[in-house]
Ligand binder design. Structure first.
Ligand code: NDP
Length: 260
């Protein structure tokens, strides 16, 4: 029997793959033999991310890409297809945090729109170029595709003064369910990952706050914050043949936080 988690010959895009959770996903995919294209804005961080994947079984390329911009996403897709010839999976992971808590009544139009432009429009742009390519391939008889978005526990918890972030993530959960139904017959699955409290640039500030750590840590049964590498297993599973019958789901990865 062949290894159902062997990703040799597969190609995955990881938006926001140059750091944090996205890099954890990219590293695990490449270690399992998947070729990876990282789409993020910062050239230096892209270079460092590519270097960290050097020597793994899969090949890596990076594209400077702003997911808020349709043209930028289209050109990243064209460049990825030019290098690897196909895209089998799209991990729409790029996202921004709340940028400090504000009362809803003080929320500015600009804060609201900026949040949606990255966290929701960014997923729309990446998924759409990937799904177009996957459905074209399906029409030619090659029915395989994986759409995976990084959502958040904020999509299911009431997160006061971060409602704009929470709303984008709840929309992602609805989006993957809808796409799972629409694209199932093309062999394309669609799922979301809901991280708990994970160490990354996004959370470095809050995790440096002793009061926050003292408050949150007792509510995490495994008694540690998550690491980007904690997302490698789910990424490889979702990218593999093993998950062909697993679609329209939201995977909570939080060290047991939601169980409390
Ligand atoms: P990081 O800040 O470490 O990573 C964010 C990534 O997104 C970076 O690679 C960044 O690269 C990229 N990015 C941001 N904006 C854009 C853009 N417009 N276009 C392309 N890339 C962009 O954060 P995390 O790893 O923590 O976050 C990853 C995802 O996980 C996000 O969607 C976040 O909401 C979600 N999440 C994180 C949690 C946590 O506890 N850390 C909890 C729940 C969800 P660059 O700046 O180079 O573009």
């Amino acid at each position: 029997m062949s290894n159902i988690f062997d990703l040799s010959g597969r190609v995955a895009v990881v938006t926001g793959g140059n750091g944090g959770i996205g890099l954890g996903i990219a590293q695990a995919l490449a270690a399992a033999g998947c070729n990876v294209s990282i789409w993020s804005r910062n050239a230096e961080k892209n270079k460092a991310a590519a270097a960290s994947l050097d020597g793994l079984a899969g090949k890596v390329q990076t594209q400077i890409c702003d997911v808020t911009d349709t043209a930028s996403v289209k050109s990243a897709m064209d460049a990825t297809l030019k290098t690897f010839g196909r895209v089998d999976g799209c991990f729409a992971n790029a996202g921004i945090g709340g940028g400090g808590r504000h009362n809803f009544i003080d929320r500015t139009e600009e804060q609201w729109r900026t949040m949606f432009a990255t966290n929701l429009d960014g997923v729309f742009h990446a998924f759409q170029v990937a799904a177009r390519h996957m459905t074209e391939r399906a029409e030619a008889g090659d029915k395989f595709g994986r759409l995976v978005a990084t959502s958040s526990l904020a999509s299911i918890f009431g997160t006061a003064r971060n409602e704009h972030y929470a709303a984008t993530k709840a929309a992602i959960n609805a989006l993957v369910r809808a796409l799972a139904v629409e694209l199932a017959r093309q062999g394309v699955t669609a799922n979301a990952i809901l991280p708990g409290w994970i160490k990354s640039d996004m959370t470095a500030g809050i995790m440096g706050n002793d009061k926050f750590v003292a408050n949150v840590m007792p509510r995490i049964p495994v008694r540690r914050f998550g690491e980007p590498s904690d997302f490698g297993g789910i990424a490889v599973y979702l990218m593999s043949k093993a998950s062909s019958y697993h679609t329209a789901d939201t995977f909570v990865i939080d060290g047991g936080y939601t169980a409390f």
